[in-house]
Design a protein around this ligand. Structure first.
Ligand SMILES: CC(C)(COP(=O)(O)OP(=O)(O)OC[C@H]1O[C@@H](n2cnc3c(N)ncnc32)[C@H](O)[C@@H]1OP(=O)(O)O)[C@@H](O)C(=O)NCCC(=O)NCCSC(=O)CC(=O)O
Length: 381
């Protein structure tokens, strides 16, 4: 009888890659001027002042975008929510999203050192998948994955999409001996970009474009395979009665984001419970959260500030998250991969400098629901 063989030990991240569109890089201090100019909204002076106030408080230094002024010139319907533009956006995203993911995935595969045809599963997360077959098949074709690769697209999980995909990759790798799972997350604001109004200023000020890829596998590890972070346990929690505070909605004029002002507070109030669950209860959790290393989705500066406060974290514990927020903004589901990449770069630097490094760590990612994905990590010695 055929018996399914399991992988050995907890699965691990074996390689990480990230990428951003090269079309447009905008420093945050000129973002409002640029937005109001290209959308012909300069007469909305109060709104622009508010936009400037918000931009200054984001903790963001610059962001990358696929949409350029030239593309907007060819699509004036993108500027006016009353005009239908969803078709054109879907068509643009259908090419841009898999290509962006390809850039990140190619870096992860090169670091991994094995042929792309050794990938057995593909998990693709994006808020821009609006067709079938979708970005997962396009990415598989661009990378030359084998026709038997098991593909899954995760759509509209928003900012917890990266955490969700890593969680699923862990399950797949541990339950299928020899599986090598490519997690790919790619997000572009071209599906939601529009002229500024009272409802979309915060989204405009926060979101950027980027892609992240991680290769996940469980033991036995092949020659040259080097576990970066072991994925020890993972949980998902939905905060009851918060489904209306954070979300996305497709309209004829593009995708609308809704970010209620209470989001940072709600996340702050709930993360400790999620962490205790992921660690298996109070008894197994570390005595102080400062004993861990941290990969937190930088959904916004106040979210990181609230987590610092409730977990009583020492300054610098969320440095990788703050760095990614500063350099790239909030790239929704792809952001957590950038944080993991930055975290391992910082840990290597500290290790080379002879510093004692925490062995255990945690991922926190948040999105619509409000959903919190939590994962306990261990860094192999
Ligand atoms: C917008 C901010 C930069 C503002 O910074 P501060 O809160 O420190 O500053 P502040 O209180 O002085 O606010 C400045 C101005 O912004 C307004 N303001 C703040 N939060 C707002 C919100 N959610 N919606 C609309 N307006 C908002 C305030 O009323 C104020 O207006 P005035 O100046 O007129 O008084 C920050 O609050 C922030 O980053 N919030 C976003 C957090 C968030 O929801 N992240 C989740 C992203 S989604 C995600 O990550 C998951 C996903 O998408 O799936």
């Amino acid at each position: 009888m055929f018996i399914r063989q399991h992988g050995e030990g907890p699965s691990a991240m074996l390689a990480i890659g990230t990428a951003n569109p090269t079309n447009l890089l905008l420093p945050q201090d000129v973002f409002a001027d640029n937005l109001f100019r290209v959308t012909k909204s300069e007469h909305l002076t109060e709104l622009k002042e508010k936009m400037n106030r918000i931009c200054q408080k984001t903790g963001i230094g610059k962001r990358h975008f696929h949409l350029t002024e030239e593309t907007l010139g060819a699509h004036p319907e993108f500027l006016d929510r009353e005009l239908p533009s969803l078709d054109a956006r879907i068509e643009m995203a259908a090419t841009a999203v898999p290509k962006l993911a390809q850039s990140a995935a190619a870096k992860a595969i090169a670091e991994w050192g094995r042929p792309a045809t050794d990938i057995t599963h593909l998990l693709f997360s994006t808020y821009s998948a609006w067709e079938a077959p979708s970005a997962d098949l396009k990415l598989a074709t661009l990378l030359g994955l084998r026709p038997t690769v098991c593909r899954t697209i995760l759509s509209l999980h928003g900012c917890y999409g990266g955490g969700r995909a890593l969680h699923l990759a862990k399950e797949l790798a541990e339950n299928n001996r020899g599986a090598r799972v490519l997690v790919a997350c790619a997000e572009t604001t071209l599906v939601c970009f529009g002229g500024p109004d009272g409802a979309n200023l915060v989204g405009h000020a926060l979101f950027g474009d980027g892609a992240g890829a991680v290769i996940v596998g469980a033991g036995p590890f092949g020659e040259g395979e080097r576990p970066l972070f072991e994925m020890v346990t993972a949980t998902q929690t939905t905060i009851p009665r918060t489904e209306h505070v954070l979300g996305m909605q497709a309209t004829a004029g593009g995708i609308d984001f809704h970010l209620a002002i209470q989001v940072p507070m709600l996340i702050g109030q709930n993360v400790e419970r999620c962490l205790l669950d992921a660690f298996g209860g109070d008894g197994d959790a570390p005595g102080s959260w400062n004993e861990l290393f941290w990969a937190v989705h930088p959904g916004g500066r106040p979210i990181l500030d609230n987590i610092d406060t409730v977990l009583k974290l020492e300054p610098g514990k969320l440095a990788a998250s703050r760095h990614v927020l500063r350099e790239y903004g909030n790239m929704s589901g792809a952001t957590i991969v950038f944080v993991l990449d930055e975290l391992r770069r910082r840990r290597k630097e500290e290790d080379d400098g002879g510093h004692q490094l925490p062995e255990w760590g945690a991922i926190l990612a948040f999105g619509p629901g409000i959903t919190i994905e939590t994962m306990v990590l261990r860094s192999p010695r």
